[in-house]
Write a protein that binds this ligand. Structure first.
Ligand code: GLY
Length: 380
């Protein structure tokens, strides 16, 4: 076996053992972030994080066939029907919510109801498109206090676009794909900087589409480089390229990935913002590392040049090894999360140095890809 992957099988089995244990405690909750090692449950079934726990369980179920994971995932997905029916709390993060749950269940078991849920979520997302500004509106009135949400768009939306690409394929309805591409093009123009760093939030005039303002959002300031935002861009553009074949999206994925990789500290786990003041107490963000690593693995699949493939694959493996060696909690029964060292919102001092359910999800997603890679390499 490739020497740089020798740790992967054990890590995967450690993850499975850990989640078998924690799933008994977390069970049918919607975990979001830990406090003193225990996952807090979000009581809002419309919160952007609710798909990650069932999504993580599906990833493990796919390889391990452990029935309780399937049962919890199905239960969680059905609890998300409330916000879909009520509509008023639905925001742009429906991709995170229904891709990892309903689309997954539909793909695994051909579940008709799951397919309809995801199609309804896609229709909601399409309806958030601002035709004059050519962007997807992130939030609703009351979701944010800082600015008028009518013209607000955020980098995170890039991860929701696959829901639209999927709906376009399912219904043979290109309108969904055209909306996703129009949004991706606006992000490319207004969020991605020349050096490959990205902005978190851009406010547009919702009537004529002019840029009104840039905001630091969860990053250090409006000129900074929030590392999870960078990971949403890397992974999101790679996915847009996968679904459309448009080379400008691959170029954007490479540009943002190169910036991310170049800024990494020695252990390959980024600080929360690449431009925040740096000292030994500056928080890391393991969720940015995990999401970026999974996106960079996708890039390694998508590029054709063999040297580039190897370059991105190695960069992703280094990040995952850094997470595994320093932040994984496998043997620690006082921690419910798989990875410590996540940073939800440093400016607001919320969820810093804790486990984040999306960090855990993307770590498992990326590790699952590595397990597949080992199998693929051993059969060639
Ligand atoms: N989507 C919100 C965040 O990344 O924290």
């Amino acid at each position: 076996m490739d020497r740089k992957l020798m740790w992967v099988d054990k890590a995967w089995s450690d993850i499975f053992t850990k989640v078998k244990k924690t799933s008994k405690d977390i069970s049918v909750d919607f975990p979001s972030m830990t406090s003193e090692g225990v996952y807090c449950n979000t009581h809002a079934p419309w919160a952007w994080v609710v798909g990650f726990w069932p999504g993580l369980l599906w990833l493990l179920y796919e390889k391990e066939n452990y029935l309780p994971f399937k049962e919890i995932a199905i239960d969680r997905e059905s609890k998300m029907d409330g916000p879909l029916d009520e509509y008023v709390n639905i925001h742009h993060d429906v991709g995170f919510m229904w891709q990892l749950t309903s689309i997954k269940q539909y793909e695994l078991f051909d579940n008709h109801q799951s397919r309809i849920r995801a199609l309804r979520a896609a229709s909601h997302l399409a309806s958030r498109f601002n035709i004059n500004g050519r962007f997807i509106t992130a939030w609703n009135k009351n979701d944010v206090s800082a600015a008028d949400p009518k013209g607000l768009s955020i980098i995170d939306s890039m991860m929701n676009l696959p829901l639209l690409y999927w709906a376009a394929e399912q219904l043979d309805a290109p309108r969904f794909k055209l909306i996703a591409m129009a949004h991706a093009d606006t992000v490319l123009k207004e969020f991605v900087r020349e050096d490959g760093s990205v902005r978190h939030m851009v406010e547009f005039d919702y009537l004529n589409g002019d840029v009104i303002s840039y905001y630091g959002g969860q990053g250090y300031n409006e000129d900074s480089a929030w590392s999870r935002g960078a990971s949403w861009a890397i992974h999101g553009f790679a996915l847009s390229y996968k679904y459309t074949g448009e080379s400008r999206y691959l170029e954007a994925a490479l540009r943002t990935a190169n910036f991310f990789i170049d800024q990494l500290p020695e252990d390959s786990v980024p600080h929360w913002d690449f431009r925040a003041p740096l000292d030994e107490n500056t928080p890391r963000d393991t969720s940015a590392a995990a999401c970026a690593a999974s996106g960079i693995l996708l890039i390694a699949e998508l590029v054709e040049d063999q040297d580039l493939k190897e370059h991105y694959f190695t960069a992703a493996v280094n990040i995952l090894k850094g997470l595994n060696d320093k932040y994984a909690t496998y043997g620690d029964d006082n921690e419910q999360g798989i990875l410590t060292g996540g940073a939800f919102n440093c400016p607001k001092k919320l969820g810093v140095n804790c486990s984040l359910i999306y960090g855990d999800y993307y770590f498992v997603e990326a590790m699952s890809k590595l397990v597949d890679k080992i199998k693929e390499r051993s059969t060639h």
